[in-house]
Design a protein around this ligand. Structure first.
Ligand code: NAD
Length: 523
């Protein structure tokens, strides 16, 4: 693997990467140089200097992974990367403790008026009375967003003797309990907290979610911190709340516009402002470099990096459970899309048994799609971009689950529907991938290499005639499986062949009496 380090990152990350990859460090590379050379690389590490635009990424033909040492990916065109099938990873956990510590710094600075006291002393004053503060002990912390950073803030505030309550509609009650925090609604948090701290992403739902009506609910003594993203707090409403002493104070690290130009907030004493530095520590930078290097190292080992932004996030244990089924999914997808007649319009995937109990099976679903669309595409897709390609081609995907796996641990059934036909295959992983049913007929075949399917009438001689035709054209049969609905009814034959069956042979078999259909496949 050849990896370009395009922005300055901590040496430790580079050193780790060098053990597994051919590493080129060029932290002054220009956009033009990058556009001309990006096709040489399989991986790239950036911070925020390098912009990976659609124009640059269109040349990234061999790129597998873009690693952002840090959190924000505003400098990476995620859609363009996804379209190219390039994984984008970042290192969100590298800054959690750092941001939580900065939040603590701001909370303490507000409570004890540290920053304005500092300025006063430096101005030659000694205003002891003016800087009367409050303790954190026995106060209530209200957290909005109990993710990585919110939970770290709670831990730290607990050691100051604070109680904590939180609003996070996406966090299960159980998980909140383990974090030692009571989950409640937003208004209860706003009404009862002495210190409110925001740790949610900026989304249409959270934009200006703290505005005049929310300030109205807060205690007059309440302090509020935003170390998350500018725009979550409505800055005009915040100014009014501070000027009118509707709240005790505020601290911001992030702003609606960055840098904030001539904000009226600058004139106020009851606000502490820092220039978006909550994540800026040496440790966070070192950890970011090590984490993204680890992500690339995992990829070189054939494992799933954990912070992939354009693929479903699954933990390592689940990945281990699912990985044996990935090959099966890809082969089943490829099998049904080659076997169905007409234009593929719908793929239905039904997981049964143990697999059906796993929450997130999206990685398997994407692998089925990858298998299904690859046979008719000139450049192969992968699990990153397969869903996008299917959507563009108007193929709808549905996922279902069933408890009963008919005596097997797990079964995966794929039903392909086209404008003229329906074809299904069902399989499992038993030391290797196996197809157990084709169009609901029981068979048992390993889906690999050159294959052949014939649908025929179950009358004496049908199987022999097909076998003879193959023999005449020197196509040797590896494995033959036949299944039928009833004696003399419709039957299906699934063969593995030692070489690809030529089209003219398929046509000859198709024209045999009692043969309804003959299909050659290559997996
Ligand atoms: P995270 O994804 O781990 O946690 C976010 C939490 O917010 C999740 O638990 C989610 O369920 C919750 N949430 C989402 N929408 C919500 C809503 N409408 N109401 C309440 N809760 C909601 O993220 P994190 O790593 O903890 O980061 C939190 C914030 O901090 C993000 O906005 C991130 O961009 C920001 N951040 C800022 C800096 C900085 O330099 N100031 C650095 C790193 C992260």
């Amino acid at each position: 693997m050849k990896v370009l380090i395009a922005d300055a990152i901590n040496e430790k990350g580079i050193e780790n990467l060098k053990a597994v990859a051919d590493v080129v460090v060029d932290t002054t590379i220009t956009p033009e140089e990058l556009a001309n050379t990006i096709h040489e690389y399989n991986g790239i590490v950036v911070r925020s200097r390098t912009k990976l635009t659609k124009d640059i990424l269109k040349n990234a033909d061999n790129m597998q992974i873009i690693a952002r040492a840090g959190v924000g990916v505003d400098n990476i065109d995620l859609d363009a990367a996804t379209e190219k099938g390039i994984m984008v990873v970042n290192s969100p956990e590298s800054t959690s403790v750092t941001v939580a510590e900065h939040t603590m710094g701001l909370i303490l600075s507000m409570a004890r008026k540290i920053s304005i006291a500092d300025k006063s002393v430096k101005d030659g004053k000694w205003e002891k009375k003016k800087f009367m503060g409050v303790e954190l002990r026995n106060k209530t912390l209200g957290v909005i967003g109990m993710g990585r950073i919110g939970s770290q803030v709670v831990n730290r505030c607990k050691s100051f003797g604070m109680d904590a309550m939180a609003y996070d509609p996406y966090l299960p009650e159980e998980v909140a309990k383990q974090m030692g925090v009571e989950l409640t609604d937003l208004n209860t948090v706003l009404k009862n907290s002495d210190f409110i701290t925001i740790h949610v992403p900026l989304t249409p739902e959270t934009k200006h979610s703290i505005s005049t009506p929310q300030f109205e609910l807060m205690k007059d003594s309440a302090f509020i911190v935003n170390c998350a993203r500018g725009g979550i707090i409505d800055e005009d409403a915040l100014y009014d709340a501070l000027v009118n002493n509707k709240i005790g104070g505020a601290a911001l690290d992030v702003y609606e516009e960055e840098p904030p130009k001539e904000s009226k907030l600058f004139d106020l004493d009851n606000i502490v402002l820092t220039p978006h530095i909550a994540a800026s520590t040496k440790e966070a930078q070192r950890d970011a470099a090590i984490i993204v290097a680890d992500e690339i190292i995992e990829l070189t080992k054939g494992n799933n990096p954990k912070n992939v932004l354009n693929m479903p996030r699954i933990d390592n244990n689940t990945y281990q459970e699912l990985s044996p089924y990935m090959e099966l999914c890809e082969r089943l997808g490829s099998f049904i899309s080659q076997a169905v007649n007409g234009k593929l319009q719908e793929i239905e995937i039904i997981y049964s048994g143990e697999l059906a109990k796993i929450d997130n099976l999206e990685i398997l679903t994407r692998t089925v799609i990858q298998g299904a669309v690859n046979p008719f595409l000139s450049s192969p897709v992968n699990a990153v971009n397969a869903a996008l390609v299917a959507k563009d081609r108007g193929i709808s995907i549905t996922e279902g689950r069933k408890n009963n796996a008919q005596g097997y641990d797990s079964l995966i059934k794929i039903i392909a529907k086209s404008n003229t036909d329906t074809f299904s295959a069902e399989g499992t992983h038993l030391h290797e991938s196996r197809i157990l049913k084709v169009n609901d007929y029981w068979v048992d075949v390993i889906p690999e290499g050159n294959m052949f399917i014939a649908k025929y009438e179950d009358v004496p001689g049908s199987i022999g005639k097909i076998g003879t035709k193959l023999g005449e054209h020197d196509v040797n049969i590896g494995i033959m499986q036949v299944g039928r609905d009833e004696k003399g009814g419709r039957a299906i034959m699934v063969l593995t062949l030692d070489k690809q069956i030529p089209n003219n042979v398929i046509k000859e078999i198709q024209s045999l009496d009692n043969v309804y259909e003959a299909i050659g496949l290559s997996l």
